[in-house]
Design a protein around this ligand. Sequence first.
Ligand SMILES: Cc1ncc(C[n+]2csc(CCOP(=O)(O)OP(=O)(O)O)c2C)c(N)n1
Ligand SMILES: [Mg+2]
Length: 394
Amino acid sequence: MKDSGILFIFAYLQGLREDHILPKAATSRKPEKRANLTSAKGTKKTAKPDSNTFLDVEEAIREYEDRKAAQLKAIKLVDKETLREMLYQMVLGRHFEEKCAEVYRMGKIGGFCHLYIGQEAIAIGSMLAIDKDDMVITSYRDHVQAMVKGISPEGVMAELYGREGGCVRGKGGSMHMFSKEHQFFGGHGIVGGQIGVGTGMAYAAKYKNTGQVVLCFFGEAAVNQGIFHESLNMAELWGLPCIYICENNKYGMGTSQTRAMSARSIAKKAEAYEMANEFVDGMDVMAVRGATSRAVERARKEGKPTLLEVRAYRYMGHSMSDPGNYRTREEIQKYQERDPIILFKDSLKEAKVLTDSDFEEIERLATEATEKALKFADESPLPSEDELLAHILA
Ligand SMILES: Cc1ncc(C[n+]2csc(CCOP(=O)(O)OP(=O)(O)O)c2C)c(N)n1
Ligand SMILES: [Mg+2]
């Protein structure tokens, strides 16, 4: 265990970059004592911590053990193929977005690009608890959700490149992935805008009696907007099958939740509308899956909405152009210590569901899928003039 801890420190120090910290391959195990992390060479200490950023190793170990114990129980109730698919999707999301960061820096992706690295357990845990026909809508941080819902990695990467092979033929870009076929309704740039649209989608499902539920994702900063409160009020009053998933990653751009929100329990806000709610550990993919399954059952059987507050952390800047001066490296490392992919792998191994060769195979498949997507995007043509003007309403 000690050796892997030392390797982990090495991997971290190797991975430190001027502006961003990007964890490389998730290979570590349980957190070990590694006090020297906080004095990593090149560490900038420009930001004042908004919260307790002290790297408490004992606490990290305790949390790791607690989460793993909970995961081991939950894993027993799920079939091997589903668990394998969950891990594959998480690893694919991580690899895919690490490559996005790389090619963005090479100038292959233009415009905004918001990465999801660190938050994978939320999309995968929740979306593997719904049916193929169910609907999903989210914010601009949408690449991983789009892939989990069924849009191919090629379709997402080519969209990022602005190419005709993209899922919206190169006209949406990073923030506007969309597929009617896969019931994925965006990719929205207006903070909170999708909460109203998602509520409308749930209304349509109820009105047409389709039996579908809606997963509506948004960040914690969107909760301060009127649309959140109006939507929850309507959804509870009208009994809409909408599951509101607040991805609380602690920051809205450079503003921490502690500086922007007076009442910080987002889950509790649902009580103002007498709506069912749950606070969920977003570093634990099984916890997210469990909470979403309960909400889906409530939506289908009772026609009732739910608000889930899922707490996680984004490792990268708000977008690729964010230098990240508002938080410390120590704070980022504190969350990387609790990486959801490492934890899930460890649990699957301990439960003897997957072996080392299964993990290698998953890594290989995820790398191959990403490479294939990059090649496809590179070779896909730019949209023709005709295509550029098609489907544009202005
Ligand atoms: C209505 C509106 N106001 C402001 C912005 C600028 N803006 C873009 S992202 C963002 C922060 C949103 O944070 P959060 O909802 O927590 O989502 P996260 O980026 O953390 O996933 C802001 C203020 C916007 N796009 N739309
Ligand atoms: Mg946020």
